[in-house]
Ligand binder design. Structure first.
Ligand SMILES: [Zn+2]
Length: 368
């Protein structure tokens, strides 16, 4: 795997191309870039790159990561970012850190929320600022926007219980509080990503008008069409739950009853993702990297594999990590190979629409 910084003007010869949207790949051709953007005509000083043995596609995007949290305590932030890039991921949406942090990196595109907002005494203190009242929450949202946050992360429920199937705990915010926070964020130009598990939490987020539901475990089937009606995306984060069953260390910490609860919860979520995907819900691939047992970078291919297990067609799964992910993360002109879009590209060996598993071993990430 190579990371290549594109020259100012390039002509890239490719063997095949997936544009981030279509259900089929196109045959061999030449892609031009000028000043980091895809162009429909060559620049006069274009340098050529020969990928005629490879397939070009948009670089991948992870819709939900925690850059501040190391998978291994020995991992530095630079090492985490490098692992993300080496996995073929060129952009991420941050989902909250304990300390006030706006991440930036010359190579990785990062949409920052800084700290999430949670209610004092409820879940989320490890990745958020805890607030005690609505005025305090609104002041924090104004402050985050003025500091340069690109979106707002709200913690609107606990995580689900590993010991009691379907239990998701008390809800921290009332409907009116959630609606007021979401309305202010939108007025300030911030999209809202809402951590929500349990049907009631998801319903309140829908009513408030958030832009994406993160996790959404134990959402009821009848709630799925509401996401479509209100054009709300879903980032189901299957990986952070699946790792509890596949990582030997995490598995050893669980009782047989807990393993059973986690396994049933994951199976239910996978089934709901299949139903939601078939209905046409906009689904994003988000790993929750940095969470317990979830490494940065390589986890996106794991999430892709789990979305396939849900029965989503391969094109829909790949879109969840490219063109749809770009929309969910509000990255303008990204995730699609079209003139005018940013030239953040991935070269892979084979056809990702037929064998998405080849994404585990990309050949080159092209950045600018
Ligand atoms: Zn998270």
């Amino acid at each position: 795997m190579q990371i290549i910084t594109l020259p100012e003007e390039t002509a890239i010869y490719y063997g095949a191309l997936w544009n981030g949207i279509d259900t089929e790949i196109a045959g061999a051709g030449t892609l031009y870039t000028i000043g980091g953007l895809i162009s429909n005509k060559p620049g006069c000083q274009a340098k050529s790159l020969d990928f005629s043995h490879l397939t070009l596609m948009p670089a991948m995007i992870d819709c939900h990561v925690h850059l501040a949290m190391p998978y291994k305590s020995s991992d530095s932030l630079a090492a985490r970012i490098n692992k993300i890039l080496m996995a073929g991921v060129a952009a991420v949406r941050e989902a909250g850190s304990r300390n006030e942090t706006f991440f930036s990196d010359p190579r990785l595109l990062i949409a920052n929320c800084c700290r999430a907002i949670s209610k004092k005494g409820f879940y989320g203190s490890n990745l958020s600022k805890e607030v005690s009242s609505l005025p305090e929450a609104l002041a924090e949202i104004n402050r985050l926007a003025s500091q340069g946050a690109q979106h707002l992360k709200l913690i609107t429920s606990d995580i689900f219980s590993f010991s009691q199937y379907g239990k998701t705990g008390p809800l921290p915010f009332s409907q009116s509080e959630l609606t007021a926070m979401t309305e202010l964020a939108k007025k300030l130009g911030l999209a809202v990503m809402a951590h929500a598990s349990g049907d009631e939490a998801v319903r309140r987020c829908i009513e408030a008008g958030v832009n994406s539901i993160e996790h959404g475990y134990f959402m009821l089937e009848e709630t799925l069409p509401e996401l479509i009606k209100h054009d709300i995306a879903w980032v189901p984060t299957l990986t952070p739950v699946a790792v509890h069953l596949s990582n030997p260390h995490l598995c050893s910490l669980l009782s047989p009853a807990e393993k059973n609860t986690i396994s049933r919860s994951l199976e239910r979520q996978i089934e709901m993702v299949g139903l939601g995907g078939a209905l046409g819900i906009r689904i994003g691939a988000g790993t929750d990297a940095g969470g317990k047992g979830v490494p940065h970078g390589s986890s996106l291919v794991k999430e892709i594999e789990l979305l396939r297990q849900a029965g989503l067609p391969n094109a829909q799964v790949l879109k969840a990590a490219t063109s749809e992910a770009a929309k969910i993360c509000a990255f303008a002109n990204l995730g699609v190979i079209q003139p005018g879009y940013r030239a953040l590209l991935l070269a892979v060996r084979g056809n990702p629409l037929i064998q998405p598993e080849i994404l585990a071993q990309p050949e080159a990430l092209l950045l600018n």
